[in-house]
Design a protein around this ligand. Structure first.
Ligand code: FEO
Length: 390
């Protein structure tokens, strides 16, 4: 493998992982992923920006086989998919210094046992000259760990953003294509970044003063269309929710399914966009993506052993962790002889600062009167959404 030139003195060392199907033993990767390191060559010094997952260190070293000297290894983020090969890089280039912020240093020492004397600490706004190439370090904490930062290469207007603006997408092309990357970027944002929307809003403002030509993230292709990338991030992280409802449900004998179908029909007839997600075949990424811009979340669940169905419990817990910007929530479903399904779900979502719309839990198979209650819930959702855009 040969480093791929992005612009003068800047090279991509992308390590594609086409066959990986799960990240963090949790997140489905339908399109694989990549771990991107970058090489910046100045007239005096050479810097490696981040590294690769140690499982794929061999590919990284294949890229580096002709690289005689690395002076700096910039670590933007301590998570092991980017930092895990740094100890191996230090073995091969023992004179190199790991350039990072104090928090990231602490985490790299904890997770990878890198000795303290291997580090060069940088503060927010510090610069490092490589000779005709100047790296500036910009703190962007909580995207998505506390130590995250990005690195700006002034002369080439290139932002090395690590996870920020990334996508789980193993791709052959160097640069992203908008239609191809939109879905993987949204999935990535939803799963990784959405819980930190407030931080992201501030970081987008901080980065708006930089005249960016390239965004080089550590997952997925390089973006040479930074306006597109920043605009969609602003839309996801900052904009109001849309006139959209997510109805995530599971049904055992069809009663909950009848309620769900009635609700979805009534909402769609009234012009509300609906994402109807069957939790029987749960794809955590699909659920997360659906939550990015929905104004209302409705969980549909039957009653199992006096509580909500375990798959509905899992979905509610997941939604709570992701902290979506939904404004309204409700629960619909059925029971045989009693239970506390609504209380179970309500107790699982304290992070979602939303108004609870009156749940509809009915006994057995829905009657005509039960379906009227669903119609009333649909009408309430429509009323609550009346000022929201599509
Ligand atoms: Fe891609 Fe947070 O690591």
């Amino acid at each position: 493998m040969k480093p791929v030139k992005i612009t003068e003195g800047v090279y991509s060392l992308r390590v594609n992982h086409f066959n990986r199907r799960l990240f963090d033993s949790l997140i489905p990767l339908p399109e694989g992923t990549s771990y991107n390191a970058y090489l910046v060559r100045g007239s005096e010094k050479t810097a490696l920006i981040d590294s690769a997952d140690p499982e794929k260190a061999g590919v990284l070293f294949d890229y580096l086989k002709d690289e005689k000297k690395i002076d700096y290894i910039v670590s933007n983020h301590a998570e092991q998919d980017h930092s895990g090969s740094i100890p191996l890089v230090l073995e091969r280039y023992p004179e190199a210094k790991v350039v990072t912020n104090p928090k990231c240093k602490e985490l790299l020492m904890t997770h990878l046992h890198i000795p303290a004397d291997k580090f060069l600490e940088v503060k927010d706004g510090d610069t490092l000259s490589l000779g005709g190439k100047t790296l500036e370090f910009i703190y962007t904490p909580w995207v998505h760990w506390p130590e995250t930062m990005v690195t700006w290469l002034r002369e080439e207007k290139c932002l090395f953003s690590c996870d920020f603006f990334g996508s789980h997408l193993a791709a052959g092309e160097l640069f992203s294509e908008e239609r191809q990357v939109y879905g993987p970027m949204k999935r990535y944002y939803a799963e990784i970044m959405m819980p930190f929307r407030a931080n992201i809003k501030g970081h987008l403002e901080k980065l708006s003063k930089y005249d960016i030509s390239f965004i080089a993230p550590s997952h997925g292709p390089v973006h040479n269309n930074p306006k597109f990338v920043m605009d969609i991030y602003r839309d996801w992280a900052v904009s109001e929710p849309r006139n959209k409802a997510v109805v995530a449900y599971i049904s055992m004998h069809g009663s909950t399914y009848m309620l769900v179908n009635r609700l979805v029909s009534r909402l769609q007839e009234a012009g509300v966009s609906v994402e109807k997600l069957n939790l029987d075949q749960l794809d955590e990424g699909r659920v997360a993506m659906a939550l990015v811009d929905a104004a209302t979340i409705v969980i549909g669940t039957p009653t199992v052993l006096a509580g909500a169905h375990p798959k509905a419990v899992y979905a509610a817990h997941l939604a709570n962790l992701l902290r979506p910007k939904a404004r309204f929530v409700s629960v619909i479903g059925s029971f045989g002889w009693g239970g506390r399904a609504v209380e179970t779900i309500a107790g699982l979502i304290p992070n979602i600062k939303a108004e609870v719309l009156k749940p509809v839990m009915i006994k057995g198979m829905p009657t005509g009167a039960d379906l009227i209650l669903i119609d009333e819930l649909a009408a309430l959702i429509v009323e609550k959404h009346k000022d929201l855009k599509h």
